[in-house]
Design a protein around this ligand. Structure first.
Ligand code: ADP
Length: 606
């Protein structure tokens, strides 16, 4: 039962645990997958964002270069270029609407020695009353911004400035001149910028203008024919204003380096809004770098994701998904465990019921066996009473018959003698039967051992053999006795031992037909006195052997009727032998094959 309970407990846990392990593994798998795909999505999102910004900047640069080319075309095609025509042209472009971040379009003129005075006079004519070329320089040729539209307060500050006097500007001017293409300057601060918190760095893009009608191919030609530049000044942050519509809420921060990545060279930085600890959250930070050719200069644009970008990421859901999965797994485990326990409990109850049913069946069988043996005992008893009545009546009938004959007057002396003998024989038979009955009731009621005295077994054996030899002879049964004993003693009740020997010998003679043989052997064997009674008589069937020593038991009533007897002798003998701590057993090879009874009684060593 406890084995069963153990097995049930094991099987109760098996399935729920398996389900738990599987669902935890599935949860881990789903969580990992979710995390990976969220990361992938973020990477794609970031790359798209970067590509979008990069192409916007590129387009913007291209647009500005195109704008300058338009300006150059205007200058080249205008015969009588003056401040008014230039201002009208720039005004028609509506820079503040169409070209956000372009501070203006300017014209930078080459002034050969000797042209300075006439230029100043021309400028004054066109309305620049305080026009002055600056800074002062004693060199051969000079340059000056003569127009810069729209001419607001800031732009005014640049009018008259010789840009070739500043290193970064000069480098760009020369490159534009020598290549004939647009050339951007390195990082500069515009003259228009005032010192202060709003001060932005900036850059310029120049486009060379050569003498009208000339198309210089060689470097020398280009230098020779250069008359000026059309250019635009840019404030870096304003330039990017429409690239990132709302920089304060953007997903990506930008840093634009001019040339190489050194902090001094930085053109634009838009990541002011990053929290101090954001860069430590490496997990949620993405970075990328792009190169851009801006009118001959190499810009390096470095991108990094901002908190707003991370906020849109689904990576943050990963722990929640894992927790939900784990909770779901536990829930499934709980319900399957509860189910399995309930099932196991039911199985246990069913097993207990089965066990009870088995016990009930056993009890029923025992009760049936007991009833059957009680019925059998009852039947045996009834049969025994019938046998006893019959056995007692037989000699009585004979006595009554012979007594009636004796009463006749004309009875011959021979008949009288025979009648008396018959009466006497039947009386003895009757007495023997009654003695046997008394003996039985007396012996069977003795539970304790009889009072034991030393008995010379050979004497008892001799006596019993003597008693049987006459009936054997009468029946024409050969009787042989053989004794190896010599003064062997047993402790016991002599009279009772005689009963045993007498029973066995008289049975042997009784159940052996004329011409048969009965053998009685007495010997010492392993500390016992052994008596063997062997006959060649009717034998005993194997089925009857186990019951032969039971009380009221006769193998076959019909046979017994033929042989007479009450069926008590062997039961009495068995009882007596046991009271003497001995054993009695029977062997027979079957019906008609004779029987052997063996009695062992403990030998009293003197
Ligand atoms: P009884 O001899 O008075 O019938 P017993 O108790 O002595 O009673 O014997 C019981 C039965 O055992 C007999 O009825 C007989 O069937 C069987 N039996 C006993 N001894 C022998 C024997 N030597 N050979 C064959 N059967 C025997």
């Amino acid at each position: 039962m406890s084995d069963l309970t153990g097995k049930l407990k094991n099987s109760v846990l098996k399935l729920p645990l398996l389900i738990l392990v599987v669902s935890v593994l599935v949860t881990i798998g789903i969580t990992y997958n979710f995390y990976q795909s969220s990361k992938n999505k973020d990477t794609v999102r970031f790359n798209n964002e970067v590509a979008g910004i990069q192409s916007k900047i590129e387009n913007k640069v291209d647009l500005c270069v195109a704008l300058l080319k338009g300006g150059r075309g205007f200058v080249e095609s205008t015969d009588n270029l003056n401040r008014q025509t230039f201002a009208n042209y720039v005004k028609s472009l509506e820079l503040s609407v169409n070209y956000v971040g372009v501070q203006g379009i300017g014209y930078n003129k080459i002034i050969l020695p000797g042209e300075k005075e006439s230029l100043e006079a021309q400028m004054k004519d066109e309305g620049y009353t305080d026009f002055k070329l600056f800074p002062e320089s004693a060199g051969s040729a000079q340059q000056a911004i003569i127009y810069l539209e729209p001419l607001n307060e800031k732009n005014k500050k640049a009018i008259g400035f010789d840009m070739s006097t500043e290193k970064n500007r000069r480098e760009a001017l020369e490159r534009a001149r020598d290549t004939g293409n647009a050339a951007a300057s390195a990082k500069i601060f515009l003259l228009q910028e005032e010192e202060g918190s709003d001060r932005q760095s900036g850059f310029l893009i120049y486009l060379p203008i050569y003498k009208s009608g000339s198309s210089p191919l060689t470097l020398a030609d280009k230098r020779q024919n250069l008359i000026g530049y059309i250019y635009s000044p840019f404030r870096s942050r304003d330039f990017l204003a429409d690239v990132q519509e709302d920089a304060s809420n953007s997903n990506v921060a930008l840093k634009i380096y001019d040339g190489d990545r050194t902090s001094e060279n930085i053109l634009i930085q838009t990541d002011q809004s990053q929290p101090a600890n954001f860069s430590e959250q490496i997990e949620s930070k993405y970075e990328a770098q792009g190169d851009l050719n801006v009118a001959g200069r190499n810009w390096i644009i470095s991108y990094s994701s901002l908190p707003a970008f991370a906020a849109q990421s689904s990576v943050g859901w990963t722990p929640l998904i894992f927790l939900s999965g784990m909770m779901f797994s536990l829930l499934i485990f709980g319900t399957t465990y509860w189910e399995a326990s309930a099932r196991a409990e039911m199985q246990k109850i069913a097993a207990e019921l089965f066990e009870l049913e088995k016990q009930k069946q056993n009890l029923l069988e025992k009760e049936q066996t007991a009833r059957q043996s009680a019925e059998q005992a009852n039947k045996t008893k009834d049969e025994f009473i019938a046998v006893v009545s019959h056995e007692l009546r037989t000699p009585l009938n004979a006595i009554a018959g012979w007594a009636r004959i004796l009463r006749a007057e004309d009875l011959s002396s021979g008949t009288r003698k025979l009648a008396l003998e018959k009466v006497d024989k039947n009386l003895r038979l009757q007495t023997k039967l009654i003695e046997e009955l008394l003996e039985y009731s007396q012996i069977i009621s003795e539970e304790v051992s009889p009072e034991k005295k030393p008995v010379f077994f050979s004497e008892v054996f001799e006596f019993a053999c003597q008693q049987i030899s006459e009936p054997a002879r009468d029946k024409n049964v050969e009787f042989v006795k053989q004794s190896e004993l010599n003064g062997h003693i047993i402790l016991g009740d002599e009279e009772k031992i005689k009963i045993v020997l007498n029973n066995l010998l008289s049975n042997a003679v009784k159940f052996t037909d004329a011409g048969g043989r009965v053998e009685a052997i007495a010997k010492a064997n392993n500390g016992n006195i052994q008596m063997i009674v062997k006959d060649t008589g009717k034998g005993i069937s194997p089925q009857y052997i186990p019951h032969i020593f039971e009380i009221f038991n006769q193998h076959d009533n019909s046979t017994t009727r033929a042989y007479g007897g009450l069926g008590l002798g062997l039961a009495i003998s068995n009882h007596i032998v046991k009271l003497h701590n001995g054993t009695i057993e029977v062997k027979s090879r079957g019906e008609g094959k004779g029987a052997t009874f063996i009695v062992n009684l403990p030998h009293q060593i003197q």
